[in-house]
Design a protein around this ligand. Sequence first.
Ligand code: C2O
Ligand code: CU
Ligand code: CU
Length: 497
Amino acid sequence: MHILNLRILKRLLKGTGIIALVLTLAIGVTGVWLYNQAQQSNVGNLKFDNPIAIPPLLEPRTDDEGRKVFDLTITAGKAELIPGKRTDTWGINGPYLSPTLRASQGDEVLINVTNDVNEPTSLHWHGMHLPAAMDGGPHQMIKPGATWSPTWTINQPAATLWFHPHLHGTTAQHVYRGVAGLFLLDDPESQVLELPHSYGVDDIPVIIQDKRFNSDRSLNTESPMFSDIGILGDEILVNGTHAPYFEATTTLVRLRVLNASNARIYNLGFNGNRVYSLIGTDSGLLEAPVAMTRLQLAPGERAELVVQVAPGEDVMLRSFPPDLGMDFWAEQVNGGNDTFDILNIRTAGPLVESPPLPSDLVTIDRPEEATATTTRSFRLSGHSRINGEKMDMNRIDEAVTVGTSEIWEIRHGSGPIHSFHVHDVHFIVLDVDGQEPPAHLQGWKDTILIPRGTSVRIIARFDDYTDPEAPFMFHCHMLMHEDRGMMGQFVVVEPGG
Ligand code: C2O
Ligand code: CU
Ligand code: CU
């Protein structure tokens, strides 16, 4: 708009005349109007009197082979996303979002995913370490009416993972309609920690999504005029609840936050700059809680926060304007100046005193930089390219040798902000622009924000699950970028493969 404006202004000034001046003024006014239109906030406008929906925990059955079996059906339905309005949505075993899955290290799981919508889709286990053929990426399409039944053994640290469709070209639409859920993993080390752990009581799922509605109450799926990251909504939902509140009954509340939005970046904090503890990131708990007042969360990322509350307090989880590292205009149209109240935490009566947060959490078995045998570079550019190429389902971009550690260097080449995600493995951030990563990037990650001008180096072990036929994906998790081709494929192979 800016640039357009200037160009038009120049041309008009050459011709001069009063008409030109009037036109210029009109364009200027429109520009200011558009600029202001782009800024979103709900602060002070909502009552937050809707009790937060807690996705039910899906109880598995056990089959004769001792596997935990979960049955999921992707369906179309109608959900009351805004109270009093019914919106056409998709969900799993219900009209919107999914029940939560939960399993422990060592469990063998079998998941029957039935496609009951009239389009092909897929279901990907984001953050899960598993064989590529079970991953649910673009190659594991589920046709309408079909059931796909991946099975694997849980073999990774306790974490808050999630799942969502991943068909190439339609991921953004399918996720936006409502297909997403949490997959919680436990392990023996985390189970003995005195952390809040009663699901729905003091251990709360917080799936944050932004939506935009048409006047007929349908979901508006269009990207705002100038956004180059995709759909940005002006209404915020948590677990599908608009303007939600949670009634705390304990002095510590653990929030398992998932940014399941298509494009919006949240900068999470509380009213009054309340200090909270970050205890976990995407793929595991941290070594020790980190005191924070703000945390930026990109699409696909998770964070486990513990907040302390006292009786009578009124606490608001809020997204403050994120720093997208863009220029003035781009920040504005991509959500960089937006503020949203997200979840109100209230108390009623006396609270049960929670045990204090442990000062040490888990040990992280970090891959050593010196052990890496290969370094690869990935340059993210525009809206659709990695290393200059768009995703091609028939091209394998990288072959990783099993049993090795690799360093991947991810560079912001051009375009707006990106969010880089790798399937199969979880990684450790070695450095951000050559500097030691901040405390909140010192744990296991599988998705990382890549602002303009930034370059990060990550390290991961590729220990098992070779398959020369079935690739894993790496991609930008801004879903519009992913669908447009900012994705590549790697296989894990035997030495020499
Ligand atoms: Cu959350 Cu490849 O996806
Ligand atoms: Cu993934
Ligand atoms: Cu991107």
